[in-house]
Design a protein around this ligand. Sequence first.
Ligand SMILES: C[S@@+](CC[C@H](N)C(=O)[O-])C[C@H]1O[C@@H](n2cnc3c(N)ncnc32)[C@H](O)[C@@H]1O
Length: 207
Amino acid sequence: MPSADDIAAWDAEADTFDEPVDHGLHDPAARRAWRELLLGVLPWPPARVADLGCGTGTGTLSVLLAENGFQVEGVDFSPRMVELAERKAAGVQGVRVTQGDAFEPPLRAASYDVILCRHVLWAMPDPAVALARWIRLLAPGGRLVLVEGRWSNGAGLSAEQTLRLVQATGRAAELTRLVDARFWGAETQDDRYLVVSATGEPQAGDR
Ligand SMILES: C[S@@+](CC[C@H](N)C(=O)[O-])C[C@H]1O[C@@H](n2cnc3c(N)ncnc32)[C@H](O)[C@@H]1O
């Protein structure tokens, strides 16, 4: 159960959350870079995507995916993040945002083709338990798409830690380091990366 302080802390971040390039995706080059990255690893639309800890930033990613034909369900425990994500999603078909705990997502088992999670696995009380629960949400053949990092302030998970966590579930995991400055709006010395655990069917990016 998340603490009221944790939720309040994220609520307090919400109004300025979209300011960094990778959150708001207002910069067309950043938006294009994230679109290409995600379409390159997602299955064909209208695949069902659960975006855990969606924030308002991935509220942006959720909308971007919905605009590309995916059915997206975002979950976030911060009421203000949810409110802003819903505002962003208004009028866009195929995206819904629910308030809930990503550690115990209020979602139906075996119902998603993709579990997408950006910058939230590291914050789970027990990332291994979170991953095991998330994998149960996947339909047969579904894939995990994790964007994580270890930041210069020491927070986060290293790429090797995330790979080990996924591999410990018995699944394969493929690492791509996100070194292209277009993702972040500037060069970064942080360890920022994508880990995909897929089953190898054709992907939307194969078009
Ligand atoms: C670093 S932000 C990432 C947001 C978004 N995924 C992105 O990449 O732009 C972390 C988000 O996860 C949410 N969050 C953190 N812990 C959570 C939990 N246990 N359940 C649901 N949401 C959580 C926060 O409210 C915040 O919106």
